[in-house]
Design a protein around this ligand. Structure first.
Ligand code: CP
Length: 326
């Protein structure tokens, strides 16, 4: 095991137990609990930048990744997070499992649960899937994205990236732009950013706004330049064509003209604006490469890095809760 990074020992002594047995939604946390998780994640950032990155907080624990939808960032960062904390990590691929033979979601989860994992990280195309599984298993379930509903660890890593780049979250003006209707990232971010005191605006075409957006207590803009005017953070979302039933957006070229983030539109935001995108990006559709790759404004690679630290904080605190239950 490595020597903990400066300050890590102190934080680890303060590692608290997660408030609930599962992490299914941003609403499982309150403002203080989010701040504690961000502080813990911050110390894992330092650890992850060391040559030796291993701790034994999860030694003896088993983490199973069960991803029914494709993932690059979330799955690999949960795997790294588990391994860096000393857990045994198993990645279950539905394509090569008995799901391909027709085994149901619940039977799959109950079967895996019989192998006594401690933590089950689930991504599924159906809203509510992680919550449903949490009622069928005895281990802790983490929602790694359920349909259009929530992606709570994405909101946590986004908050960490924003806090590091801007020094605070309270009072920031944050524009979330693009395909809001199909975005679990938007839903989790709105809940977390409002909890932490940011002003959230939604920007996009009417066809890509949720039908009940007027109940969300956020300003909605259908003009990109006006929507991002004066914003400290512009968070772009992927156009999720795979979730669209019919034609909800114009051609990709036309979409980019009206809703794609380029230098000209970005000039309407605050002078020190930061640009975010959860990935994967459609370059030239919702964001111009010139903006995405400019490290003076783009936090996109920071978001990926913060994903490992934020997920380590979630796993460590869920494991601390399991330890307390012994
Ligand atoms: N942001 C995100 O969830 O990315 P992946 O789909 O690659 O996990």
């Amino acid at each position: 095991m490595s020597t903990p990074a400066p300050g890590l020992n102190e934080v680890l002594q303060r590692t608290f137990a997660f408030p609930k047995p599962h992490f299914l939604s941003v609403t499982d946390l309150n403002e203080v609990e989010v701040a504690n998780l961000l502080d813990l994640a911050e110390s894992f950032v330092a650890l992850n930048r060391q040559t030796s990155k291993k701790l034994d907080l999860l030694a003896g624990r088993t983490l199973m990744n069960l991803f029914f939808e494709n993932s690059t960032r979330t799955q690999s960062s949960f795997e790294l997070a588990g391994k860096r904390l000393g857990a045994d990590v198993v990645n279950m691929s539905p394509r090569s499992s008995s799901i391909a033979k027709g085994e149901t979601l619940i039977d799959t989860a109950v079967t895996l649960n019989a192998m006594q994992p401690d933590l089950l990280v689930v991504r599924h195309a159906s809203s509510g899937a992680a919550s449903l599984l949490s009622q069928k298993v005895t281990c802790s379930v983490v929602n790694a994205g359920d349909g259009q509903h929530e992606h709570p660890t994405q909101a946590l890593l986004d908050a960490l990236s924003m806090r590091r780049a801007c020094g605070r979250i309270a009072g920031l003006k944050v524009a979330i732009c693009g395909d809001i209707a199909h975005s679990r990232v938007a839903r989790s971010n709105i809940a977390m950013l409002q909890m932490l005191g940011a002003e959230v605006r939604l920007v996009g075409p009417p066809t890509l706004m949720p039908s009940q957006v007027d109940r969300w207590n956020v300003a909605v803009h259908h003009d990109m330049r006006k929507g991002i005017a004066g914003c400290d953070v512009v968070m772009m979302l992927r156009l999720q064509l795979e979730r669209m039933d019919g034609v909800m957006a114009p051609s990709q070229r036309e979409y980019f003209r009206f809703w794609g983030l380029d230098r000209e539109k970005l000039a309407h935001a605050a002078p020190n604006v930061k640009v975010m995108h959860p990935g994967p990006m459609n370059r030239g559709v919702e964001i111009d490469s010139d903006v995405a790759d400019d490290l003076t404004v783009s936090l996109i690679q920071d978001q990926v890095e913060m994903g490992v630290a934020a997920r380590m904080a979630v796993l460590a605190t869920l494991a601390a809760r399991l330890d307390n239950e012994r």
